[in-house]
Design a protein around this ligand. Structure first.
Ligand code: PEP
Ligand code: MG
Length: 896
């Protein structure tokens, strides 16, 4: 149960993290490498588990610890409790998985009324000795004896006051002496017992406290959030104290073997002369840059430089180290894998491959997919500390500042005048689209992760916070209130789409280098992060089997998607095209037409516009498939809802306002999401399907004539029965024959369907007889399988997650047990009647790493997501492939 380290020999290695915890394993490894570490021993994690189960230390452990302590005394050349030159130890937690700051540590253990005198004499510094003593009394009193820290702090504050000093560092030796007495009295009063003076009793108190800290609420919460099993337990490291506060030839610091924010290969860190570890972290004194150590502590610095290089080369990973210099002698107290920002993660992975430290697969593994998102969006400058006025769902990452505006027209107008604006709405509808295009970011007080605002903003790579319940929008007075603040139109606000926080004012943001390269504003050779990013993603592409496409509706988005590495378009939502420019008028004319002739006339106006868009998209995606979905949303979404706009429309269309009102009223539905939408539109108005098919095929032939390899895949939305599919497919195929016959050029194409209703999934075998591909619309499928409105669920999902009923928002992370089961079943059934059925996913889950892994394992051929999530999906697909070491498609085909 007990493993020694330091002093030239160790009983553990770095591969024993499960036994010793990360800290203990690495202290052992450093010993084996000949790196100077203070001597000590580690009590195995299993002892913690046993203690927590039985309430007492495992039998025999006391003897083992006593023997290890005796050996430690020998190595250190000091004895525990020796009143002349005492051995002092720190007692530190350390689990197999790093849980920074979640458990307890106690320093200076072994001090008592007698040994403190010895420390004073031996160090020649009585102030130092009594300062160490009062720190120990407080730490032990708090952690082991349960006396609240605040009561120690009270006494400390009073001491500063009576001494007339501003900081603890100015307290005199005498003041610290009396403070120690006061602390002991406090412990006596609070616990009814004397502070333990026996170092061995102190040691066991500390060991048990570290074990118990495994069950502290913060530790339990941290494990839950990070998926760390509760059964691991923590190791306990008992380490001989070394002091960085023994004079100007001593010091302490923390450092990284590479720059943790940029990834640059340079030794990066901070240190303080004549200080203890906590002084560096506490921020009382400003630490010096590590380079300055070369002058202040030259010998130790040279050794530290050499040591950090050795550690990195040995662990083949960026290290985060803690060190202390005691009277010119260097000691490493800890080394572990360093946490890093996204940009650094990518750069380090890339450079370590080129340095021969790791292979490409390992480089891919070391970049966390979700982290890549950070690289694509501007972020709030991390140097800024501000308090949010509200919080909502982090719907689309990035950060943006702008003036609050409350309607899309104002957004457009003010943006056209060069102002940065943020559109604030209760929720958005397609009518707000132009305002969303003009705005830098979108804030809504309602709606969930797949609400209109969220989906559209993500599609545009634009920051959005949705469902911010504390935000009360007062449209009439053009302002909102939140967190006690009132924000009027024109006031600055800042959104953090990665955390969902809303701030008052204009907080500085940092733009993304990668997006500037992809968008053509920056040359790749001037963009080191971009170059590393594209290399690592290139390696990800080599290992993954799942293809990644993009959801893109315009030629511009399609180009962006290609630049992000999309291998085609998995969903082109054609309705979005109707909101560009003045197309909406023709669209509205079509909707309000009373008979087929009127509808056809209006559709004829839309045809050339759609065709031009399709041509642009085919061109951007030449050589790759483009899945185009026929009109999907309920028609009323395209209509104005009263006011000036209605008046104008009535005038333009030459009809009375009352008549227009009547038509709009007729189109209103109680439950439009389950109403007249999807293929139901094409079935009632076949001329819409005809027009859209014609636009697609004419564009395809024209592009093909220009020498582009075009591969249209026409997709029918919201199918429930095979008959709906066949009805629509017949129209599409007839138009294809007509167009290609007339234009004299065949273009290969597919006709398939979205699977977004349970009935479609349950009859997948039948549908697959006719449909050439499936694309799972997991947004609607989640909505319909769970009976959970994608627009309204945001209001109460928070409570579900808080109460543990849902682990995650099912609109964000696929509900694998429910929706996922249906997806798998439908894939299996579909392939039972059409073995080569192509299967994609085009709901928002297609860009979410956990869901991507599930799709990979379910035999899906491709996922399709917003252009900005394409890199995340590429990486997630690679991780999934690396994790199972076999192509996912095989596993499900075998399953049945
Ligand atoms: C879906 O339902 O998952 C889908 C992709 O379609 P939309 O979000 O446009 O309804
Ligand atoms: Mg849908």
């Amino acid at each position: 149960m007990v493993y020694a380290f330091g002093g030239g020999a160790a009983e553990g290695t770095k591969d024993m993290k499960a036994v010793l915890g990360g800290k203990g394993a690495n202290l052992a490894e450093m010993t084996n490498l000949g790196v100077p570490v203070p001597p000590g021993f580690t009590i195995a994690c299993a002892a913690c588990v046993e203690y927590l189960r039985g309430g007492a230390p495992p039998s025999g452990l006391r003897d083992e610890v006593a023997r290890a302590l005796a050996r430690l005394e020998e190595t250190a050349g000091r004895r525990f409790g020796d009143p002349t030159d005492p051995l002092l130890v720190s007692v530190r937690s350390g689990a197999a998985v790093s849980m920074p700051g979640m458990m307890e540590t106690i320093l200076n253990l072994g001090l008592n009324d007698r040994t403190v005198q010895g420390l004073a004499r031996h160090s020649g510094n009585a102030r130092f000795a009594f300062d160490s003593y009062r720190r120990f009394l407080q730490m032990y009193g708090d952690v082991v004896l349960g006396v609240p820290v605040a009561r120690f702090e009270q006494l400390l504050g009073a001491k500063r006051l009576t001494e007339g000093v501003a900081t603890d560092a100015e307290l005199s030796e005498g003041a610290l002496r009396t403070l120690s007495e006061e602390y002991k009295a406090l412990v006596r009063n609070a616990t009814g017992r004397e502070f333990p003076m026996d170092p061995r009793e102190q040691l066991w108190g500390a060991i048990e406290a570290v074990w118990r800290s495994w069950t502290l609420k913060k530790a339990v919460d941290y494990r839950r959030v990070n998926g760390i099993p509760d059964t691991l337990g923590t190791g306990v490291n008992v380490v001989a104290m070394v002091f960085g506060n023994m004079g100007d030839d001593s010091g302490t610091g923390v450092a990284f073997t590479r720059d943790p924010s940029t990834g640059e290969r340079r030794f990066y860190g901070e240190f303080l002369v004549n200080a203890q570890g906590e002084d560096v972290v506490a921020g009382i004194r400003t630490p010096l840059r590590i380079e300055e150590m070369a002058e202040r502590l030259p010998g130790a610095y040279a050794e530290l430089l050499e040591t950090q290089q050795r550690l990195e080369a040995h662990f083949r990973e960026m290290q985060d180290i803690e060190f202390t210099v005691e009277r010119g002698r260097l000691y490493l107290l800890q080394t572990r894998t360093g946490k890093r920002a996204a940009a650094a993660a990518v750069r380090i992975a890339d450079e370590m491959v080129r340095e021969g430290l790791i292979d490409r697969a390992e480089a891919v593994r070391r970049v966390v997919p979700a982290q890549v998102d950070q690289l694509l969006h501007p972020v709030i400058d991390s140097a800024v500390r501000a308090t949010p006025i509200a919080g909502g769902l982090p719907a689309s990452p990035g950060a943006a500042s702008g003036r609050a505006v409350f309607d899309p027209d104002t957004a457009e107008k003010r943006a056209a005048g060069g102002e940065a604006v943020i559109l604030v709405r209760e929720e958005t509808t397609p009518e707000d689209f132009h305002g969303m295009v003009a705005a830098r970011a979108i804030l809504t007080s309602r709606g969930g992760m797949t609400s209109h605002a969220a989906v559209v903003a993500r599609g545009m790579g634009k920051c959005a916070v949705v469902g911010a319940k504390e935000v009360h929008v007062d449209h009439e007075r053009r302002r909102f209130s939140a967190g006690g603040a009132t924000v009027a139109e024109g006031d600055w606000i800042t959104l953090d789409g990665a955390s969902g926080q809303v701030y008052a004012g204009d907080l500085p943001t940092v733009p993304s280098e990668i997006v500037r390269v992809v968008g053509g504003q920056l040359m790749a050779d001037r963009a080191p992060t971009y170059r590393a990013f594209s290399r690592v993603l290139g390696w990800a592409d080599e290992v993954r089997s799942l293809k990644v496409r993009a959801n893109a509706d315009t030629p511009r988005d399609a180009r962006m998607a290609r630049a992000f590495g999309a291998e085609g378009i998995g969903l082109c939502r054609t309705e979005h095209m109707f909101f560009e420019g003045d197309r909406i008028t023709a669209m509205r004319e079509m909707i309000v037409a009373r008979e087929e002739g009127g509808r056809r006339r209006a559709l004829a106006k839309l045809l050339p516009m759609q065709r031009a868009d399709f041509e642009g998209i085919f061109e951007a995606m030449r050589g790759f498939p483009v899945t185009i979905r026929l009109l999907d949303p309920p028609l009323h979404e395209f209509l104005p809802h009263g006011g000036e706009e209605s008046k104008l429309l009535a005038r333009t269309l030459g009809m009375g306002r009352d008549e227009l009102h009547r038509i709009v009223d007729d189109l209103r539905e109680a439950n439009p999401m389950l109403g007249h939408r999807g293929c139901r539109l094409g079935i009632t108005y076949p001329e819409i399907t005809e027009m859209q098919s014609r636009a697609i095929f004419e564009a395809a032939v024209r592009s093909s004539r220009r020498g582009h390899d075009v591969r249209p895949e026409i997709m029918i939305p919201l199918v429930a029965t095979v008959k709906e599919f066949e009805h629509q497919a017949a129209i599409i195929r007839k138009v294809a024959d007509d167009v290609m016959g007339a234009m004299g050029e065949p273009v290969p194409y597919l006709v398939g369907t979205m699977i977004e209703l349970p009935r479609a999934a349950l009859t997948a075998d039948e549908i697959a007889r006719s449909a050439e591909f499936f694309s799972f619309g997991t947004n609607d499928l989640t909505q319909t399988v769970l009976g959970l409105s994608r627009d309204d669920a945001g209001r109460f999902l928070g409570a579900y997650i808080e109460k543990g009923i849902f682990e995650e928002d099912p609109f964000q992370v696929l509900d694998q047990d429910g929706v996922g089961k249906i997806v798998r079943r439908a894939i299996f059934d579909g392939r039972s009647t059409r073995a080569d059925l192509k299967v994609g996913v085009c709901g928002e889950h297609g860009g979410e790493p956990k869901s991507v892994r599930f799709f990979h394992r379910s035999g899906v051929d491709y996922v399709s997501c917003s252009p900005f999530r394409v890199p995340v999906a590429r990486l997630a697909a690679a991780h999934a492939a690396l994790d199972d070491g076999e192509p996912g498609a095989l596993s499900v085909r075998r399953e049945g």
